[in-house]
Design a protein around this ligand. Structure first.
Ligand code: AHR
Length: 522
């Protein structure tokens, strides 16, 4: 047990909320047992979400081939490059709420002939449908991303959904496959994941769970695999609960056989104030709101446990994956922007929040098979922000990029004792962590220190690890509300971290205040 030492809290000097005080440097301990590997961390936990919302698709990803913004076949080159580095495993499209009013036939064929549509959910804008099925699936091919398509249950029909699946995936000389060929695509695409509706309890049709469960069974019957075997097998994801609506999960698990459902979704957003009418600023917040935001995000742990317990009751073999296909921080929009576009800035706070959630997902890798942060570009907790020809990557992007080493790796069990980060009556664990071993045998340990005022000493015993060296990267910044702007895009970005030592099976480091670190032992 380390004896806390008292020292001048240097990190407090540059933290805007903290006062210059003498601070204790508390200690945390970690024990990782690499001889007892856990579940494989499904790479799909690092999924993204691109909805027809604000400037996510139009301007954010798609500018069209005639744009002066440098592009490849209409996709922005700068965004393509940033996404390639991120190694996005799967991408959910076209919504969200938008999916249940999207009619796919409007988005195929020559672009100049496509009808326009009214986006009733998001800003009331009229879209020209220039980004449709081909544009989405070709984006996925360009970036080696697996597509996750959400079918329209709310305002569509079973026939429309069935024909879309045939259009995308059938190799036969069948009517829809031939329509695809007439539109320039001979071979079917691989579309491994399909959602049957979105938020069917609200914008997707205001259904009861019983009514949706019946509809799920009906739609699912007509989502066909057009290729036998595993070559283009579709995993079906059912609409799941909103936050703590446990009855929805109960009814779905009871009324839909586990064999008919590969995944059951869950949506949960972190609202800094807890009040949807005044959610709080993305960048202008005091320490009390920072702390409260992290308290709220930890509700995810309870949701995973309680929905997971219901799923275990009906599906003890864990055949149905928990698919958290909308999550992240949702703040007030930036001043002067269209409230329906959900454009918000992104700070170091959001990066720490992302790390905490990803650590939770990885701790439940035996049940959580997919997750999709909302959203990929220019919307909510985005990876990328654009402004005409300018682009930046956010602090959250950096966490996803640093954590990509966990994708597909084997989780390693650990025990963690951590001091709390206390404010008033409320407290949260200051340190969160995850450990995995990749296919090459390297061990990756990710750590986050949520405490903005205090560094924490970590002593970690690693059983079964014969590494010779440790290296790492750290993401931190002067303040938890530090963020990147188009004028200063590198305020928050990872740098090398050489503060960790590994000797005699023991890893030691001091985790600075308000940071995310990823270490590699090899
Ligand atoms: O991500 C924004 C919206 O939040 C989605 O369209 C909807 O599914 C959810 O309510």
């Amino acid at each position: 047990m380390n004896t806390p030492i008292f020292r001048l809290g240097l990190t407090a000097l540059c933290f805007s909320f903290a006062q210059l005080t003498l601070a204790a440097e508390p200690a945390a301990t970690l024990a990782i047992d690499a001889t007892k590997p856990g579940a494989v961390i499904n790479k799909n936990i690092y999924g993204q979400f691109a909805e027809h919302l604000g400037h996510c698709i139009y301007e954010g990803i798609w500018v069209g081939p005639d744009s002066p913004i440098p592009n490849t076949k209409g996709y922005r080159n700068d965004v393509l490059a940033a996404l390639k580095t991120l190694a996005v495993p799967q991408l959910r499209w076209p919504g969200g709420c938008f999916a249940d009013e999207y009619h796919w036939r409007d988005g195929i064929g020559p672009r100049e002939k496509r009808p326009s549509m009214y986006n009733s959910h998001w800003g009331g804008v009229v879209e020209n449908n220039s980004f449709g099925t081909h544009e989405f699936l070709e984006l996925c091919e360009l970036l080696a991303i697996e597509p996750y398509v959400c079918l329209n249950v709310g305002s569509g029909s079973v026939q429309e959904a069935m024909e879309w699946v045939e259009y995308m995936t059938s190799p036969a000389s069948s009517p829809m496959a031939n329509l695809r060929r007439a539109n320039g695509r001979d071979q079917p695409w691989k579309v491994p994941y399909m959602a049957i509706g979105n938020e069917s309890w609200d914008c997707g049709g205001n259904m009861t769970p019983e009514f949706y469960a019946d509809n799920y069974r009906r739609y699912n019957t007509f989502v066909k695999n057009y290729v036998s075997g595993d070559a283009n097998r579709i995993s079906r994801i059912a609409c799941g609960a909103n936050a703590d609506n446990y009855n929805w999960t109960e009814v779905m698990m009871k009324n839909v056989p586990a064999r008919s459902m590969n995944g059951l979704a869950l949506h949960f957003y972190t609202i800094p104030t807890g009040n949807w009418s005044a959610k709080g600023s993305a960048t202008d917040f005091a320490e009390a709101q920072y702390h409260a935001t992290l308290v709220r995000t930890l509700k995810m742990e309870e949701l995973i446990a309680k929905h997971g317990a219901i799923m275990d009751k009906y599906d003890p073999a864990k055949k149905v994956g928990m698919v958290i296909d909308e999550w992240g921080i949702w703040t007030d929009v930036e001043k002067g922007t269209n409230p329906g576009f959900l454009y918000q800035q992104n700070t170091l706070r959001d990066a720490i929040l992302a790390a905490i959630n990803l650590h939770l997902f990885q701790a439940h890798a035996d049940r959580i098979t997919m997750a999709n942060i909302a959203q990929m570009v220019n919307v909510l907790q985005a990876m990328i922000l654009t402004d005409k020809e300018k682009m930046l990557v956010t602090p959250t992007y950096h966490v996803f990029e640093m954590f990509k080493v966990h994708q597909g790796a084997t989780s390693l069990p650990f025990t963690l004792t951590t001091p709390d980060y206390v404010l008033g009556e409320a407290k949260i664990p200051a340190v969160s962590a995850s450990a995995s071993r990749d296919a090459a045998g390297k061990i990756h340990v990710s750590l986050a220190n949520a405490n903005p005022n205090t560094a924490i000493t970590i002593t970690a015993a690693l059983v079964g690890v014969t590494a010779k060296s440790v290296s790492g990267r750290i993401l931190t910044a002067p303040a938890v509300n530090s963020h990147n702007t188009f004028a200063a895009p590198d305020v928050v970005k990872p740098v090398a971290f050489d503060g960790a030592k590994f000797a005699g099976g023991q890893l030691t480091l001091t985790l600075p205040a308000k940071c995310v670190v990823v270490l590699t032992l090899e």
